[in-house]
Design a protein around this ligand. Sequence first.
Ligand SMILES: Nc1nc2c(ncn2[C@@H]2O[C@H](COP(=O)(O)OP(=O)(O)OP(=O)(O)O)[C@@H](O)[C@H]2O)c(=O)[nH]1
Length: 401
Amino acid sequence: MEFVLIALAILVVALVTGVSLLVGRGRRTLRLDDDAAAGTTLTRPPIAPDPTSGATAADLYTGPPAPAAPAEAEPVPVELPPAEPEPGLLFETPLPSAGRLVRLRSRLARSQSSLGRGLLTVLAREKLTEDDWEEVEETLLAADIGVGATTQIVQRLRTQSLVLATASGTQLRDLVVRELTAVLGPDLDRTLHTDRHDGRPAVVLVVGVNGAGKTTTVGKIARVLVGDGKSVVLGAADTFRAAAADQLETWGERVGVLTVRGREGGDPASVAFEAVRTGIEGEVDAVLVDTAGRLHTKSGLMDELGKVKRVVEKHGPVDEVLLVLDATTGQNGVVQARVFTEAVAVTGVVLTKLDGTAKGGIVVSVQRELGIPVKLIGLGEGPDDLAPFEPEAFAEAIVGG
Ligand SMILES: Nc1nc2c(ncn2[C@@H]2O[C@H](COP(=O)(O)OP(=O)(O)OP(=O)(O)O)[C@@H](O)[C@H]2O)c(=O)[nH]1
């Protein structure tokens, strides 16, 4: 009898524990479901841009908002009803990105006149004095190239004094281009990982402080990818500013790309998770996630970013974490950047607003100080003013001629 009572007691304890575990799990699920279901909307542009390039935005329309899968649970499949194109609406078809830097070279006019022309003017003098070399050094430093690279360039030019003395205008120009290219890291791998792989889309997180040009950059990258014939889903994980999601949605709509967004103040990680899930279900090439750049505290922002990345990684590894930096903030930008690199493993830098600064040398110091390649540069506010960074073409553009 005593034995039976003990067995019964054990059974009761086991049952109570099991149920509370289930409820606990249910609550977590409910909380996440609630959060996303309350606000996540899948914004579908009306027509697919290119029905031949994998899944299109219209293919991905899910009708009413799909419940978000909690980070720990199995994803709920997204239903993909047939696309219903609305006649009369056209999407823009951006040009492919190849050769953009050459096309946009005139945007670097400010750097060209201060750095490029500054260097050529001094180096063209008949006999270079110590004062002249100092001027070369000052010109390089004023362009934010940084002390290390400046020293390297000046030393190398000095060893070629004899060549300089007899060089023609063109030879001088070529020499300066060569030396600048050398400090721009011509051998760094700048591949943007935006191709589908292992049966899933590439996932790109875009981070940076507010105002650096994050949202604009996500929109521009989406255009580059669409222009290159790829299918894309956008995730508006900057839930702190409703306007940021609206802005992103507009970028997406223009090229027929779907935007997954959440309600203002919602959980950014949940929106990012949903965006990636939608991209996986829709078999797109790439999912681009815009993140917030503003929070009450710096550590809060970094914790949030870390969380977004961890939650997204439940689907698989993140392929790119792009840090967007405003080139006009100079060395401050580098300091900011370091904080981000400590929070998330940044794989590439996007340097924006290079059209608005004479300090094009910032590319060099950013790369040297962070040890991360600049992969893209922003050269204007126009929708296609974003170019893949190519060291030689950049040096050519800065030197001019
Ligand atoms: N001239 C120039 N302006 C740019 C460039 N990239 C972005 N901008 C402008 O910079 C401003 C800020 O861009 P956003 O994309 O809103 O910046 P954000 O980092 O997303 O800012 P939050 O949404 O506030 O976090 C906008 O006016 C953009 O047009 C660029 O390469 N050149």
